[in-house]
Design a protein around this ligand. Structure first.
Ligand code: UD1
Ligand code: CA
Length: 457
């Protein structure tokens, strides 16, 4: 088996993004573009992955920790110079080296794998991944000789009129014979329009030595998109989103309007779940089978079990059981744990709360920092008073408690099993098991008072 290495170029600042965030850390469908590249490579049989970092090195390293080794390119003198920085790590090794830019997140594992296969089967010293672009502006052009073989790559800024007409572009992805690569890199000069050391110049250098150089052309230009500015970023997002949605549909998920459904890369969704329009599912969210999510819902880092409904609601960093009904217009805030068969109805906000099986808060409530047992009914408008301006306190509501409408539970407070709270109560003391707590002023009716008021005038 041939040794395989990969070098990811991710040291550039990305001036054209006009951003404080380093280019390769800009997310596409919730994941930094360079991480897409690294994750794709992890699916190939590659022995050693090296990422060249420079701008924002610490942040890039933190993000890719454990997935790649790193070398630093102190000054960004060009893509060839970037690869040179991996010389200490890889220079003396034998094998195939895949080089790919950190700003091409759409190149698929299949394409990378086909490129490597062709490279190894032909025994070429270099194989370039090329594509045909409708509009090749900005890309390096593949210049072929009379026999149709790749002769060299010319950067857009260095190209003459004839070369500018070429629509076959360099995708920035290559396979090299590792030893031939590092030998050729020593001969790359920076005499060009940008005064940079260009990696594509290695092709011409190898050709001059009569080495075999081939190209592998992908049919799909879209996947080779290099993200240099925000317009390309939106384009990459659109393409990636369509891919993700297709993957879920193939797995048995119904997506009513894929153009209006935004699912992050690593989200998992079970079959027979229906996603309605305007829904955003982010982060490491995991949704079970037979659920109905949306319309217009936002789910971030939540685990949701089976047959649960979420309608017009926002949920984050929480766990939701099966056969739960949420919404419309509910807000589940972080660290909530909603058990099976719960109902969280309209205009209910839940924060850092355990909500036991079969319990309900159907309308207009705020439940924060609470532990709610099983089969509890929280009446309309009831709230936990969890904050005194400085500290947060716990409210405990045991199994089978009935909280009447518009009650305030002033924490810290415990309502014990089976207790009833009369509507409109402000509960400041613990309520014993099976007791009825009434904590409100008694009603006084003053007979004929209104007539008296009127005659006083
Ligand atoms: C590059 C190729 C071009 C190709 C295009 C495909 C060169 C000279 N040109 O152009 O032929 O068509 O990609 O998308 O290689 N980087 C470093 N250090 C540097 C310079 C760049 O690490 O000193 C990294 C960048 O972070 C980026 C990648 O290399 O991820 C490509 O650099 P970029 O400036 O985007 O090159 P392009 O102009 O797109
Ligand atoms: Ca680029």
């Amino acid at each position: 088996m041939i040794n395989r290495f990969a070098v990811i170029l991710a040291a550039g600042q990305g001036t054209r993004m006009k951003s404080k965030l380093y280019k390769v850390l800009h997310p596409v469908c919730g994941k930094p573009m360079v991480e897409h590249v690294v994750d794709h490579i992890s699916q190939l049989e590659v022995n050693h992955v090296v990422t060249v970092v420079g701008y924002g090195a610490e942040m890039v390293k933190e993000r890719l920790q454990g997935k790649s080794d790193f070398v630093i390119q102190e000054e960004q003198l060009g893509t060839a110079h970037a690869v040179m920085q991996a010389k200490d790590a890889l220079g003396d090794k034998r094998g195939t080296t895949l080089i790919i830019c950190g700003d091409t997140p759409l190149i698929t594992v299949e394409t990378m794998s086909a490129l490597m296969k062709q490279h190894e089967e032909t025994g070429a010293k270099a194989t370039v991944l090329t594509a045909h672009a409708e509009d090749p502006t900005g890309y390096g052009r593949i210049i072929r000789n009379a026999d149709g073989d790749v002769a060299k790559i010319v950067e857009h800024k260095d190209a003459n009129e004839e070369e500018l007409k070429v629509k076959e572009i360099n995708t920035g992805t290559y396979c090299f014979d590792n030893e031939a690569l590092f030998e050729a890199l020593d001969n790359v000069s920076n005499e060009n329009a940008q005064g940079e050391y260009y990696l594509p110049d290695v092709i011409e250098i190898l050709k001059a030595k009569n080495e075999l150089v081939t190209a592998y052309s992908t049919e799909d230009f879209e996947e080779t998109l290099g993200v240099n500015d925000r317009i390309a970023l939106a384009e990459a997002e659109r393409i990636m989103r369509a891919r993700i949605n297709k993957k879920h549909m193939k797995n048995g998920v119904t997506i009513i309007d894929p153009a209006n459904t935004y699912i992050d890369t690593d989200v998992v969704i079970g079959s027979d779940t229906v996603i309605l329009p305007g829904t955003v599912i982010q982060g490491a969210s995991k949704i079970g089978e037979g659920c109905e999510i949306g319309p217009n819902s936002e789910i971030n880092n939540c685990e949701i079990s089976h047959n649960t409904f979420v309608q017009q609601s926002v949920l984050s960093d929480s766990s939701i059981g099966s056969n739960v009904k949420i919404g419309p217009f509910a807000h589940i805030r972080p660290d909530s744990d909603i058990q099976d068969e719960v109902k969280i109805g309209n205009f209910v906000e839940i924060k850092k709360t355990y909500f036991g099986k079969g319990s309900k808060a159907s309308h207009l409530s705020y439940i924060g920092d609470a532990e709610v047992g099983r089969n509890v009914n929280i009446g309309c408008g009831s709230i936990t008073v969890n904050y005194d301006g400085r500290n947060k306190f716990l409210t405990k509501i045991d199994d089978d408690v009935f909280v009447g409408c518009n009650s305030n539970l002033v924490a810290p407070v415990t309502v014990n099993e089976g207790a009833y709270i009369a509507a409109g109560s402000t509960i400041t003391d613990d309520v014993p098991e099976s007791a009825l707590a009434i904590a409100r002023a008694r009603q006084v009716n003053k007979e004929n008072y209104v007539e008296k008021l009127k005659s006083n005038k």
